[in-house]
Ligand binder design. Sequence first.
Ligand code: MSP
Length: 510
Amino acid sequence: MKKFFLTTAIDYANGRPHIGHAYEKILADVIARIARLSGKDVYLMTGLDEHGQKVEQSAVRRKISPKALCDEVADDFKSLCNTLNVSYDHYIRTTDKYHKEFVQKCLQKLFDAGEIYKAKYTGLYSLSAERFVQEKDKINGEWPADYGQITEITETNYFFRLKEHQQWLIDYIETHPNFIYPTFRAKQVLEFLKEPINDLCISRPKERLSWGIEIPFDREYVTYVWFDALLNYISGVNFDGKTVDDYWPADYQIIGKDILVPAHSVYWPIMLNVLGYDLPKTLLTHGWWLSSGEKMSKSLGNVVDPLECIELFGPDSFRYYLMREMNVGQDCDFNLDRFATRYTTDLGNDLGNLLSRVVNMLHRYCGGIIPELGEDSPVTEELRSLWNATKRSVLAQCEILAFNSALGDLFSFIASINKFIEQNAPWKLAKSSENKDQVKLKLTLAAAAESIRLAALLLAPVMPSTVPKILDALGTNPEIKWDNLDFGNHLSGKTVVKNVILFPRLETNS
Ligand code: MSP
């Protein structure tokens, strides 16, 4: 069976993990978890992009070898993934032996096929972007700030033919509407392709850069970091007895908007096509986390550290906030106050208090045992039909990657469970000695418990460590399964725990 194959961008090894890295992994993980729960055989790959000038320079500054630097950074990034519960199946590093061998094999193949040629070139080189740039890259007559210093360089290098594949690429994008998500990004790529594209310089002379993969047909050169990095998506499923065909083409390649054009939407598809591979099914391009509307950057000092957020709110709440706020594909402002409000309101009050109230009432009125949930009672009918509508809409929205509105609907359902309890007022029913009130009391608590169980199951891809605690508090198997999401008598006879606190109150400084 072919795997449901998902990749994230591989992070540069020249910095510390920030919120953008964390978000991308969480997004990939949520999609992976949904796919697993829906019965797919998932393979999620993420990793580290280790070569290039900036890594080499950081290592020189630190007086350590580039590999030693990358080992440290890899530990930091992997540990972030683990803290965030990102269920990756493989973590690739571009210094891995199988990756380097695969890159060299591809370079040789392209060279032998005449797709790579040698030429002398004079051009403007950006050290920060680690590539040749052109006057047309200027924005309003200025070089973009992230290009840093620009110097004119004359060099003999190897070039990968892109120009002659330009029309093929345009036709491909026009005839494959799912290739680039969201659609407005495909339009941007087509706009970029209206101008003639240049062949891509894929080598760097060793005298200028030695921290890279050696070009197999000319040992004086290493390959350009992007050419190396992009190939991770295939090298990562092409070792250890794996068969590329079992994984490739990827179902989703998840990347940020800054690396769509030209790397993933021009270089990558042309490389794949020339090497004889299909194109990924979808380049899922997410937007950026901003800080007060501005790009986060080290120089502005406004970069959000994911570990600090996790320290304050816990990993699952961080995952919830990011998935609840961002409309996949659009930019979104990160706001700590808003995060605190969501933590207190959605998670603490609506979900956490709901669970603790229900288990406490079950102890007080039912001896801690969940009563039977009768069929077709008018008491439970409202919640049952609300659940059915919620389930349909949440699953449909996950299908179209609208996780923010899926969570919105799920939390409306959770609000309805709270309302249902207020309306039926178990504390009043408990005081009545009438049989019908006692029946209603039991049904109310059984229906509330069942509703919490179901809502938790749909919340599991986003909050994978909280949900087992909820299921455990309800006395049921904490294993998360989506094989039966029907509202029914699943909890009857289960013993609930006493006192459960899912989201402790935030400590205030005031
Ligand atoms: N190494 C390249 C990717 C090579 S993939 C073959 C790279 N690395 S990166 O560390 O700079 O970025 C990794 C991912 O994080 C990218 O997809 C990028 O878009 C994403 N983000 C970086 N900053 C971001 C935000 N502020 N918000 C959301 N994601 C952003 O690019």
